[in-house]
Design a binder for this molecule. Structure first.
Ligand SMILES: NC(=O)c1ccc[n+]([C@@H]2O[C@H](COP(=O)([O-])OP(=O)(O)OC[C@H]3O[C@@H](n4cnc5c(N)ncnc54)[C@H](OP(=O)(O)O)[C@@H]3O)[C@@H](O)[C@H]2O)c1
Length: 306
């Protein structure tokens, strides 16, 4: 009998990567891929990856009860076994309410395993846990809600805590703003990075081996390097120069977008704390920055690279 996974953010980076990793495995999972618009190009591109295993669920995280009903209606005879939860990027005011309400709906639906993608906060339970960065605080509160709400229920959980995505370094204005903010704020200190495909690897593992991953928080990073080292690796691996944005613009952005600015300040003051060596033992294919540049980035050969 097949089992259904409700994948939030399925048309985005992390949800898409979880599905891509699970499609590589021989499993009986079918994917209920959440999107606000089933007709969008990204939703249709996702569906094309496996029309037999993927079903698009049109709905909104603002109303997870309706989302579960719509999902269950698509697979009336297949129980929703698992949920992958991720909320929209920085700037979403609804992150906390959406994250908590999805947990409530999953527990009510007696989902077996719930995987929540949060963020690394350098020892999430340590005094370093920052409380003045709104989206870090939201994720901390969602994690706590998940642990409290599932206690004594049939639902188990895994929390993934990725560091900054390598995918932030796009070959466009946003990538240049990220690189310049990194240079300005983190200076000569190293920053941990992770490839989204490796988040997908661990998201998939959590559903494939819940007995190994249930009740665990796993921080995810594949490399740790300074901006100076990143510039060098990019040149070596792709022939590309790191692109930069206007420094004044980045200063204004870090000052005016508090979440963004505080996060970069935290990168310098505290910084992520994932155990890359331990992760590589579990996933020897965990990508360092150079491998990601060569294989998955906008700068690889045939794309931006020479
Ligand atoms: N970037 C980083 O370095 C980094 C590091 C650690 C953690 N994070 C966290 O990663 C999260 C973002 O994940 P991502 O980058 O994988 O996302 P993403 O690529 O930006 O995609 C966003 C996804 O969320 C869906 N979505 C947005 N609003 C929705 C709503 N109201 N209802 C249903 N679906 C909705 C979108 O689906 P449709 O458009 O199809 O509806 C899309 O699939 C954020 O919480 C961020 O804090 C980011």
């Amino acid at each position: 009998m097949s089992r259904a996974l409700l994948i939030c953010g399925a048309t985005g980076k992390q949800g898409g990567a979880v599905i891509a990793n699970l499609l590589k495995e021989k499993t009986n999972f079918e994917f209920l891929a959440v999107t606000r618009n089933a007709n969008s190009p990204s939703a249709q591109a996702l569906l094309a990856k496996s029309p037999e295993k993927i079903k698009l669920v049109q709905g909104d995280l603002d109303n997870p009860t309706a989302l579960f009903q719509a999902a269950q209606a698509l697979t009336p005879n297949v129980p929703i076994h698992g949920v992958f939860s991720v909320q929209a990027a920085i700037g979403s005011n609804a992150e906390l309410s959406q994250g908590k309400a999805l947990i409530d709906a999953a527990v009510a639906a007696k989902v077996t395993h719930f995987v929540y993608s949060s963020v690394d906060r350098h020892g999430a339970d340590s005094p370093n846990t920052p409380t003045d960065i709104p989206h870090f605080r939201n994720k901390h509160l969602i994690e706590q809600h998940l642990i409290a709400k599932t206690a004594g229920t049939a639902t188990t959980w895994t929390i993934l805590r990725p560091v900054a995505f390598m995918e932030n370094l796009t070959d466009n204005f946003f990538g240049r703003v990220f690189a310049t903010s990194w240079k300005m704020a983190v200076k000569d200190k190293p920053l941990q990075l992770v490839a989204v495909s490796d988040i997908g690897f661990f998201g998939a593992q959590a559903f494939l081996k819940p007995e190994e991953y249930a009740g665990r928080g796993v921080s995810l990073a594949g490399d740790e390097l300074t901006i100076e080292q990143a510039v060098k690796v990019m040149k070596e691996k792709t022939g590309c120069e790191m692109g930069w944005a206007n420094r004044l613009f980045c200063s204004v952005l870090m000052w005016s977008m508090k979440d963004f600015g505080l996060m970069f300040k935290w990168f310098y003051d505290v910084g992520y704390g994932a155990d890359i060596q331990a992760l590589r033992k579990v996933n020897p294919g965990m990508k360092d920055f150079g491998t990601w540049l060569e294989t998955e980035s906008d700068f690889r050969k045939g794309k931006g690279g020479k």
